[in-house]
Write a protein that binds this ligand. Sequence first.
Ligand SMILES: [Zn+2]
Length: 271
Amino acid sequence: MPEWPEIANLARQMQAVLPGRTIAGVTVRQSRCLNLPEPEFIAAVLGAQVLAVAPRGKWLQIQTTQGWLLISLGMGGEVLLTPPAALPEKTRLHFDLDDGASLMVNFWWFGYVHYVQTLAEHTMTARLGVDALALGPADLTAAFAGKRFRLKAFLLDQARIAGIGNFYVHDILFQARLHPLRQVNTLTGVEVEALVQAIHQRLAYSLSLGGAAYEVDLYGGKGHFEMTELLVGYREGQPCPECATPVEKIKTGSTSSFVCPRCQPLIPESR
Ligand SMILES: [Zn+2]
């Protein structure tokens, strides 16, 4: 499932080549990924020239001369820029660009390709929390104040922080030396700063490698963030990179988490 690094990598690649290009045709193969009836969607985007592409949490935001295209790959998928002859058989939708290339969107399971005239109309992205990379300590301190929430669940809640998912969260918590089940209102100022730094560093590091190796980029290339780049995530039984204690897999609500029990102790709650 793509998280912020993979979406940011796609957005960066799209921003490098799409601005100035115009949508000259649209083929929809799965109309339920749209937010409008298919004819309305096609009429809205035909002739639109791309102005800019940016990530927003796990969404791609494409600004055009006729409004916004918003893409979510859901549990996974691809956005590929290809010659029409190289279009994969399985696509949910593709745009024909005025220079002859095709921009194709596919979902492994289910995703969205939405059109809105203004971003404020798009409730799914309008209710997202601050982007993980734009997050500062003051945002988190304010968000944590007085709240009874487990830290990992809080980090994964896209309405609070947008862009972090279950792949990178284990290493973010490990780098910040925080247990996933900590209550957010018990974090000290120093811990909040360490957490913000860990969020920025882990996500930016993966982006610097082109994102996770199990996802593909705009040209079908794989990212270079291999599983071996992970610190404790998905490394049950292997030595902690800091203290060599075996990494443990623990239940955290409905999800599993990977922690070093020595580096990330669960501090007893005072209340
Ligand atoms: Zn350790």
